[in-house]
Write a protein that binds this ligand. Structure first.
Ligand SMILES: C[S@@+](CC[C@H](N)C(=O)[O-])C[C@H]1O[C@@H](n2cnc3c(N)ncnc32)[C@H](O)[C@@H]1O
Length: 350
């Protein structure tokens, strides 16, 4: 517990950034950099030394350990740690307040959930709470870019679902409408997922891929100007509204639907079902999320409780079948890869 608090505060003060690489720094200098008392920084730092997160080089002086650089502000892993604290732990501490206010009921969307209660704005949409604070917005998007979460042990989309057929289609099919989008990543954040798919499938033309997200997230993606994504069309779009890119071969929703209750998911999926081409039965909506087993694995249960806090949930195959059918589609197959809880739910028109 103490280590969590100490890590959180050192991150908030960006003190991990201030420890020079390969050298030590005194608590006195760290405290001066935040205009604080040395004794406060020394006591909190002492916790990090006690657990091995930082290394004490001499009395009152510390340096990085093998693992502490992951908590510097440019590290996606550190950002994910903050997201888990603010979306998970912070929400759990506010469960008594949430249940007293709403009864023992699931929140079903981005308002009136443990997360919004924890920030003192129950009625505000959680995405607005994030967007209102530039640092929160940056940290959230950075957390979504962790290597593990894109292509590591949780399995990137291209390691679970084979997108190669889209590249083949682009190069081989003379008659195919070259204007037609091949992949639309809906709620794709800064595009790390699309980048991973493009790297794994070099024959997939980037100019026929579309990245959609909330306007402020797309603006950040444009500012980041990742060379690998320059040809990708980046488009602000609210997925609650009609899908503006019609007739794409694949609409991808990665780690999006688990943020919401069934009603909102059905609406979002129905927008995509409407946009699927009627003239090509190969077109798909792909949902990439955890697939919950019965009983849930520890990973399933942990992720599900974070989602509980924001009015979402991780889903069983039966849960997916229900929302997909209600949106006017069918589940063709759930793709799994051994060793990960994540799956790709392949959906097509009925
Ligand atoms: C959990 S993140 C997942 C991001 C990305 N798909 C991934 O797997 O890393 C959910 C994304 O949905 C976006 N989002 C939330 N509400 C949205 C809306 N109404 N329209 C479009 N995107 C939205 C968020 O900005 C965020 O980037």
């Amino acid at each position: 517990m103490g280590e969590i608090g100490a890590t959180y505060m050192f991150m908030q003060w960006k003190l991990f950034d201030k420890i020079p690489s390969g050298r030590s720094i005194s608590y006195k200098e760290l405290a001066a950099s935040i205009n604080g008392e040395e004794s406060v920084v020394a006591r909190i730092g002492g916790m990090l030394v006690a657990t091995g997160r930082l290394v004490q080089t001499s009395s009152g002086h510390v340096t990085h350990s093998a693992t502490s650089k992951m908590f510097t502000s440019e590290s996606p892993a550190g950002a994910l740690f903050l997201v888990m604290l603010e979306h998970g732990l912070r929400g759990y501490l506010h469960w008594p307040e949430y249940f007293a206010r709403y009864g023992v009921k699931e929140a079903t969307g981005p308002t009136n959930n443990p997360y919004t209660v924890s920030w003192g704005h129950p009625e505000t949409n959680m995405w607005e709470i994030i967007a209102a604070d530039e640092e929160k917005q940056r940290v959230f998007a950075a957390g979504m870019r962790t290597t593990d979460s894109i292509a590591g042990k949780y399995g990137g989309p291209a390691s679970i679902y084979n997108f190669a057929w889209l590249g083949d289609l682009a190069s081989a099919e003379v008659k195919h409408d070259k204007q037609r989008a091949l992949v639309v990543d809906v709620g794709g954040s800064h595009g790390a997922t699309l980048k991973h798919i493009l790297e794994a499938n070099p024959s997939l033309p980037a100019e026929r891929c579309v990245l959609q997200d909330r306007a402020e997230v797309i603006e950040e993606a444009i500012q980041r100007d990742d060379p690998a994504l320059r040809a990708v069309r980046r488009m602000p779009h609210d997925f609650n509204h009609e899908q503006p890119v019609k007739g794409a071969m694949v609409y991808l929703l990665r780690r999006v639907l688990h943020d919401y209750g069934d009603g909102i998911c059905i609406r979002v999926l129905a927008r995509l079902a409407e946009a699927l081409p009627r003239d090509d039965r190969r077109a798909r909506v792909l949902i990439m999320d955890q697939v919950v087993s019965d009983p849930p694995s520890p990973g399933n249960a942990a992720a599900d409780l974070v989602m509980f806090n924001i009015g979402g949930k991780e889903r069983t195959p039966g849960n997916f079948d229900y929302i997909v059918r209600e949106a006017g589609m069918r589940v063709v197959k759930i793709h799994r890869r051994a060793g990960t809880e994540v799956g790709v739910v392949e959906c097509a028109l009925l």
